[in-house]
Design a protein around this ligand. Sequence first.
Ligand code: HEM
Length: 249
Amino acid sequence: MDPVSILVNLFNNFFFIALPYIAVIVFLVGTIYRYRSTAFRYSSLSSQFLEGKNLFWGTIPFHIGILVVFLGHLTAFMFPRETLLWNSEPVRLIILEVSAFIFGLSVLFGLVSLFVRRITNDRIRVVTTKMDIFIELLLIVEVIFGCWIALGYRWGSSWFAADLSPYLWSIIKLSPQIDAVSAMPVVIKLHIILAFSIVLIFPFTRLVHFLVAPLHYLVRPYQVVMWNWDRKAIRDPNTPWSPTPPKNN
Ligand code: HEM
């Protein structure tokens, strides 16, 4: 084997076999450790009180877009056969690809707005860490690659399901098969490598808030009333009034 092929082989083995495992281990250990040690900082630390208008135009298009795009990747990964079946009808393929691309643009627009807000607004700059800047830049590059792939290497939802889903499953089954991913164009490889890198640094960023999304807010009552008194006794006119509050008050 010539030196260039050896180098390429080494590169592929590191980025498509070693990196995913390192990323998952750091992700699991890091997120659990951080939650157990500093649970109150397991959040995205809202900056809405400092600035609200630009935040709205960044955070809403970004979050709507990223959740749809994330679920799209997850669906093609979990249900590759069904995705290919859906795409077997050209109209359905085009509807899927065009809408995914629009959500991708929405992510890009929102993220760039959030990034500009973070570096131009004085009040926001004070509460912005180097890691906030780094992760937002990384996400911007990742989304630009994603949009580039959508335009330049059509039809991603089909070739992802056919070639990349089996690769990711092979990693999960601890029997990595990297032939398909090794043959991918450079920009697709970079998109994958960046994705693993984001998973790797996830525990050290504000992205951890995704794991503690307050989904129970969708079903919980607007107001939670805690009774520190015996309700029946306190409403009974025969109960004498007590000047001392209950012990837990
Ligand atoms: C159900 C899921 C999610 C919920 C409920 C959620 C909620 C939030 C909230 C409340 C904020 C704070 C906004 C503020 O300053 O007031 C925020 C910020 C942020 N979120 Fe999420 N998020 C979710 C998923 C995600 C995902 C999947 C990502 C990226 C992969 C993400 C990336 C970010 C980033 C980068 C910020 C900081 C934006 C900035 O202020 O510059 N979020 N999120």
